[in-house]
Design a binder for this molecule. Structure first.
Ligand SMILES: Cc1ncc(COP(=O)(O)O)c(C=O)c1O
Length: 395
């Protein structure tokens, strides 16, 4: 344990970890079963184009979510682009700025303007009270993001969408295995999009999935992700290549098989962090609703530098020196990254909560790659940094 300031790596002590601890280190499921699946894929000589593993992955996900249609794709970004196009969004679409850049890019890529809305500081998700002032005659939709796997204000967004005649979709990249009012995420809005990128708690190496209960929309999305092919030699729609391949689907299936264990590990880690950080001034850990299903895949700290005596960036620098690669998701906010920063140089005026949060958030490692001892060490370092904040102010 690093109890003295001189022990900290930033003050010259040895790093706490020899190997870097990463946020989003991939969870690897049952290796033998996975390798068996890869052999099966090679034996099948069916590598992509809606093969048996993709079909099984879609069926398993549909059963888990309780939704009519699951459409597996190569990644969530392309899946978002396809959904946006399939439901006919144009002009302007309201999105939070506090999200991964792909949410905004999926719109701008198709020359639709993302109009950035502020977040509710208590939930970190789009603030429904601030949406209506952003609606113009060009607005066609809203994209809510279930950040950290915590559902955004689904009820309020649905009400606004219906009243103002706007289409509503959800970026559910973080929210596989999570529920809202007892119903699984994946059932809301016109459609929802999940990510199975390697950093997500369950992964398909790279992968995405669209879910919807709308038969017509599902059929259209299936066409669009496969170049618009309606059958052999028959293209009936404009399309692109959004297909998931068999190897990714096998990894996705293996991830789903092991999902309960990964969630249990994430929850255990979360509880340990909660215990070890409980009495630290200026540090708060976001909460997950115990009455709902959550995947606990993010350990999200909010740091109030004036109370902790150390800023988020100082703390991050200190942790990096210890080989704990904490991350500032989603700093500095989409509106302060290109091309949006140049397009809307004054967007920040309407995003005070987003900008405040961007300076306070720090994500810590979790998942099956770390254990209780690692967490105790990480929290001990944070405690020492706060206890001796005066001494490390200028390092
Ligand atoms: C909120 C959010 N949306 C979209 C994406 C894009 O997902 P993918 O990497 O599968 O394209 C991510 C990925 O990290 C994300 O965090």
């Amino acid at each position: 344990m690093k109890n003295r300031v001189a022990d900290l790596a930033i003050c010259g002590g040895p790093p706490a970890f020899k190997e870097t601890l990463h946020v989003g280190r991939p969870n690897i499921g049952d290796r033998d079963a996975l390798l068996k699946s890869f052999n099966q894929i090679l034996d099948n000589r069916w590598l992509t184009n809606n093969g048996p593993f993709v079909q099984e992955f879609e069926a398993k996900a549909a059963e888990l979510i309780g939704v009519k249609h699951c459409i597996a794709m190569c990644n969530a970004t392309v899946a978002l682009e396809i959904v946006i196009r399939a439901i006919g969004l144009t002009g302007e679409v309201i999105v939070p700025s506090f999200t991964f850049i792909a949410t905004a890019h999926a719109l701008q890529w198709q020359e639709i303007t993302p109009v950035f809305c502020d977040i509710d500081p208590h939930t970190h998700t789009i603030d429904p009270r601030k949406i209506e002032r952003l609606i113009t005659p060009k607005t066609t939709g809203i994209i809510g993001v279930h950040l950290w796997g915590r559902p955004c204000a689904i009820t309020e967004l649905t009400e606004i969408g219906e009243r103002r005649n706007l289409k509503l979709i959800f970026d559910a990249a973080h929210a596989f295995g999570c529920s809202h009012k007892g119903r699984m995420i994946g059932n809301f809005g016109e459609a929802e999009v999940f990510s199975f990128h390697a950093t997500k708690f369950i992964n398909a190496f790279e992968g995405g999935m669209v879910t919807t209960n709308n038969d017509e929309l599902a059929a259209k999305i299936r066409l669009m992700k496969n170049f618009g092919f309606g059958g052999y030699d028959n293209v009936v729609h404009i399309g692109t290549n959004g297909k998931m391949n068999e190897v990714c689907a096998a990894m996705g299936l293996s991830s789903i098989e092991g999902m309960d264990q990964v969630i249990a590990a994430n929850r255990r880690n979360y509880k340990q962090y909660q215990k070890d950080l409980a009495d630290l001034p200026g540090i708060s850990l976001i909460r997950y609703d115990e009455a709902e299903k959550s995947n606990y895949q993010y350990i999200v700290l909010e740091i109030d530098g004036t109370v902790a005596g150390i800023s988020r960036d100082q703390l991050m620098k200190m942790l990096h020196a210890e080989n704990i690669f904490a991350r500032r998701y989603f700093y500095p906010g989409c509106h302060r990254m290109e091309p949006y920063r140049s397009y809307f140089p004054h967007a920040g005026l309407l995003l005070p909560e987003t900008e405040k949060l961007c300076d306070r958030i720090l994500i810590l490692p979790t998942g099956t790659a770390i254990d209780e001892g690692d967490i105790k060490t990480i929290c001990g370092i944070i405690r020492t940094a706060i206890d001796y904040s005066d001494s490390i102010q200028n390092i």
